[in-house]
Design a protein around this ligand. Structure first.
Ligand code: NAD
Length: 693
C-alpha cells in the first residue's frame, strides 16, 4: 500500500514526501504520519530534511471536511512545532499552492525554497477563520508586522517573487524542485547553518505606529461589517508584538476556537461547500459528452449583451454581437472598449490585453454571420414577441446542434423554445447586471432542454468564471421570483411608519450590500413602473403606490438625482428627503394606515422572511435542486451577506419554527394573502428540520 507520507534518504539528506491527492490537504491521517516521519528523520543520522509534496501542489490547506468535527490528535500546531524543534535544518520545498495550514507548515520549517510559479497564501479569513497553527505568530517574524497583517487579512495568495521579497521564502528554485531543494540543503549543511526557527526571531513592534492596530480595526470594521475574523486577526498580530511566541500561540489558539464556533464562519463554510455543489445536475451523468463551444453569438448589444460578450472574450472565446443597426452596434462595442479601458487605467490590464480582448469581439447586423456559432445568447428587449422573432430567425440560420440561449429575466423559456424546431437545444442563461462583473449565472432548464446542452453550459460557466445555478422555468426563476415579497414588505414598512433610511440601514446592518430602497433607486424606479403597466392586469397592491408616485413625480432614482432619496449632485451621496417622507405619510393616511415605530429586528424579519418562504416553495416545487443553490443565488446575485450563509442557511440558523411562527403572526396581523406559510416551511417547523441537510 502506498504511504500517505514517506521518508527516503537521498545521500546525506532525508526527503519527506506528502502524497495525499488531490491537494495534499492536512487530513488527520497526514498529520499523524507526518509527525511520525519527522520524529524518525530527526532521530536518524541524516544532516538535513527536505519536506515536500507529490502531485500537483504543496499542501493547499487543512482538510475542511474535518471542520466542525471534534479535533483529533495530533493537532496541526503540535506537528508544526515538532517540525520547528528538529535539531537539523528542515527545508520546505514548495510548488503549486501552499495555502493555509500548508503555508504554516512551510514557515514552521527552517528554510523555504519555491518554484517560480508557486503561490502562497492564508485564505482562512475567507472562511471566517484565521491561520490557527502558528501562522499569525510566525508570519510577522518573517515578513514584518504590517506586511503580515495585510497578507493575512487579504486572504489572497502571492507569487514566489513577492514571497521572496517579503521574507516569506528564502530562495526561488531554478529547474527541478527536488534537485534544487537538495542542493540548497547541502549548501546549508556545508555552511554549518543551524536550524533557523521563525518562532525565535524577534518581532519589530516599533515598525508600526502606536495607534496602528486601532486605526486598522476601525478601517477594517468599515469594510467587513459583522464578521469577527478580521478583527481577531488584528488581535493576534498585535499579540505577536507584545507576547512571546508561546503565549502568542496560545492566544491565537483561543481566537481560532472562538471563530470556529462562530455563526459567521459556519455561514462562510456553508457557502464554500454550496458553491462546489451547484454544478452537479441530479440525474445527469457527469461524463455526459459535451458540445464544443468555440464561438458565440449575442443578439442585442445593450446593457446585458455587451457585458456578456466581455465574459467570453476574457475567456479567449470569439464573440459576434448582432444589433438592429450599425449605430446601436457601434455604441454597444464602444461600451465594451470603455469598460476595458477603465480597467486598464486602474492597472488591471495592459493596453495589449485590451486590444487582445477587443480583437475577440466583432459586430454584425446580419444573422448570416451567426450560421456557424456554437452558442447564441439572446439579450434583446424584455418583450416576448421580439424574443419569438429572434428565435425564429436563429432557428432558420444556426447550424444543427448550436445551443440557443435567452438571457430573459422573466419570459417563459418553454414558450421561446416552442417557436423553434429544436426545443432540445434551447435554454435560459440568465446573467446579472453588470454581466462582466456579477458572478452568478442562472441556467434555466426548459421542459425539453437536452442533458448535454445543460451539461455543456454548466461547464462553460466555469470557463467564463461564473457560478452557475440550475433553475426550472417559473416566473422570475429562482432569484427574481423571491424578490417579490422582499420589495413588497420594504415598501409596506414605509406605509406603516418606517423611513427609507431606517429600512435600508436595518438591512445593511444585517449585512446586505445595499438596502432594498437604495437598490430601487440604483436600478431605476421606472423599470418596475413600466413593467407593472404592461401587465394585462396591473397590480392593485398598495405596496407599489409609493414607487408609482415617485415615478410620477419624475423621481426615477439615481439617474434623475432623486428617488426614495435625494442624491447630492456633486458627491452622489444618498440623502434623506423630507418631501418623500411627507408623501409617504400622506399616502398612508389616505389608506388609513396608522404610523408606528419599528425595531431593526422587526424590519429584518419582515423583509427577509418572505425570501425564505418563497425559497421554500421553490424548493418543494423542484425549481431549485437544493437549498444551498438558493443560498448561492442570493449571495452572488443579490448582495446577501455570505457570512449568513444565504437565506435558507439563515433560516436554518434562526430555526424553521421561529420563522414559521413569525410568518403566521404576520399572516394573522397584516395581510393573510401575502403571508401564507409555504408547506415545506410548516413541515420543517413541525419536525424541527433544516433546509440544508
Ligand atoms: P437594453 O435595452 O439595454 O438592450 C437591449 C438591446 O437589444 C438594445 O441595444 C437593442 O437595440 C437590442 N435589440 C432590440 N431588439 C433587437 C432585435 N430584434 N435584434 C437585435 N437587437 C435588438 O436591455 P438589457 O438591460 O440589456 O436587457 C436585455 C435582456 O436581458 C432582457 O431580456 C432583460 O430582461 C435581461 N436582463 C436584464 C438585466 C438588467 O439588469 N438590465 C439583468 C438580467 C437580465
Amino acid at each position: 500500500m502506498s504511504q500517505i507520507v514517506t521518508l527516503e534518504r537521498q545521500g546525506d539528506i532525508d526527503v519527506i514526501t506528502i502524497d495525499n491527492p488531490p491537494v495534499n490537504a492536512f487530513s488527520h491521517a497526514v498529520r499523524a504520519a507526518l509527525l511520525d516521519r519527522i520524529v524518525e528523520a530527526d532521530a536518524g543520522d541524516s544532516s538535513a530534511i527536505v519536506l515536500r509534496c507529490a502531485g500537483r501542489t504543496y499542501v493547499a490547506g487543512a482538510d475542511i471536511t474535518e471542520f466542525g468535527k471534534p479535533p483529533k490528535d495530533p493537532w496541526l500546531p503540535d506537528v508544526f512545532n515538532r517540525i520547528e524543534d528538529c535539531s537539523k535544518p528542515v527545508i520546505a520545498a514548495l510548488h503549486g499552492t501552499a495555502l493555509g495550514g500548508g503555508l504554516e507548515s512551510a514557515i514552521a520549517s527552517h528554510y523555504r525554497i519555491a518554484v517560480p510559479t508557486a503561490r502562497l497564501g492564508f485564505p482562512e479569513v475567507l472562511l471566517g477563520l484565521l491561520p490557527g497553527a502558528g501562522g499569525t505568530q510566525r508570519a510577522p517574524r518573517l515578513m514584518g508586522v504590517e506586511a503580515a497583517l495585510d497578507f493575512i487579512l487579504s486572504g489572497k495568495p502571492i507569487g514566489a517573487k513577492a514571497a521572496l521579497a517579503s521574507g516569506l521564502i528564502d530562495r526561488i528554485a531554478e529547474g527541478d524542485l527536488l534537485e534544487a531543494a537538495l542542493a540548497y540543503a547541502q549548501e546549508l549543511v556545508d555552511a554549518g547553518a543551524a536550524p533557523r526557527r521563525s518562532s525565535s526571531l524577534p518581532v519589530d513592534a516599533n515598525s508600526v505606529a502606536a495607534d496602528f492596530f486601532e486605526q486598522k480595526r476601525v478601517a477594517v470594521a468599515r469594510k467587513t461589517r459583522g464578521v469577527p475574523a478580521p478583527q481577531a486577526i488584528i488581535d493576534c498580530i498585535e499579540a505577536s508584538t507584545r507576547l512571546d511566541f508561546e503565549q502568542g500561540s496560545a492566544f491565537e489558539r483561543e481566537k481560532f476556537a472562538e471563530l470556529m464556533s462562530s455563526p459567521e464562519s459556519a455561514g462562510l463554510r456553508h457557502v464554500f461547500f454550496a458553491e462546489r455543489k451547484t454544478s452537479k445536475i441530479e440525474g445527469i451523468d457527469k461524463n455526459t459528452p459535451l458540445r464544443p463551444v468555440n464561438s458565440v453569438g449575442i443578439i442585442g448589444a445593450g446593457t446585458m449583451g455587451g457585458g456578456i460578450a466581455m465574459n467570453f472574450a476574457n475567456a479567449g472565446i470569439a464573440v459576434t454581437l448582432l444589433e438592429l443597426n450599425q449605430e446601436a452596434l457601434d455604441h454597444g462595442i464602444g461600451v465594451c472598449r470603455k469598460n476595458y479601458e477603465r480597467s486598464a487605467a486602474k492597472g488591471r490590464f495592459t493596453q495589449e490585453q485590451v486590444e487582445h480582448y477587443m480583437g475577440l469581439i466583432s459586430g454584425t447586423t446580419s444573422y448570416d454571420d451567426l450560421a456557424d456559432a456554437d452558442l447564441v445568447i439572446e439579450a434583446v428587449f424584455e418583450d416576448p414577441q421580439i424574443k419569438f422573432e429572434v428565435f425564429t430567425k436563429l432557428d432558420a440560420v444556426c447550424k444543427p446542434g448550436a445551443i440557443l440561449a435567452s438571457n430573459t429575466s422573466y419570459q417563459n423559456i418553454d414558450e421561446i423554445a416552442a417557436v423553434t424546431s429544436r426545443p432540445q437545444d434551447v435554454l435560459g442563461m440568465h446573467f446579472f447586471s453588470p454581466a462582466n462583473v456579477m458572478k452568478l449565472l442562472e441556467v434555466v432548464r426548459g421542459e425539453k432542454t437536452a442533458d448535454d446542452v445543460l451539461a455543456t453550459v454548466m461547464k462553460l460557466a466555469k470557463k467564463i468564471r461564473k457560478v452557475a445555478v440550475l433553475s426550472r422555468v417559473c416566473y422570475g426563476f429562482i432569484g427574481n421570483r423571491m424578490l417579490g415579497g422582499y420589495f413588497r414588505e420594504a415598501q409596506m414598512l414605509l406605509l406603516e411608519g418606517a423611513t427609507p433610511v431606517q429600512v435600508d440601514s436595518a438591512m445593511q446592518s444585517f449585512g446586505m450590500a445595499m438596502g432594498p430602497l437604495a437598490v430601487g433607486d440604483l436600478a431605476g424606479l421606472d423599470i418596475g413602473y413600466k413593467a407593472r403597466r404592461a401587465l394585462a392586469n396591473p397590480p392593485t397592491h398598495p405596496a407599489t403606490n409609493i414607487a408609482d408616485q415617485l415615478v410620477e413625480m419624475g423621481r426615477l432614482g439615481q439617474k434623475t438625482g432623486a428617488g426614495y432619496y435625494r442624491y447630492d449632485p456633486e458627491t452622489r451621496k444618498r440623502l434623506a428627503d423630507p418631501e418623500v417622507e411627507a408623501m409617504i405619510r400622506a399616502e398612508a393616511k389616505r389608506l388609513g394606515i396608522e404610523p408606528r415605530n419599528f425595531s431593526d429586528e422587526e424590519i429584518v424579519a419582515r423583509v427577509i422572511y418572505p425570501l425564505i418562504n418563497e425559497g421554500a416553495r421553490i424548493l418543494e416545487e423542484g425549481v431549485a435542486q437544493r437549498a444551498s443553490d438558493i443560498d448561492i443565488v442570493y449571495i452572488y446575485g443579490y448582495g446577501f451577506p455570505a457570512h449568513r450563509g444565504g437565506p435558507m442557511f439563515y433560516a436554518d440558523t434562526v430555526g424553521a419554527k421561529v420563522v414559521y411562527d413569525k410568518i403566521c403572526e404576520f399572516r394573522d396581523t397584516l395581510r393573510p394573502d401575502d403571508w401564507q406559510p409555504a408547506p415545506l416551511l410548516e413541515k420543517l417547523a413541525k419536525e424541527n428540520g433544516k433546509f440544508n441537510l
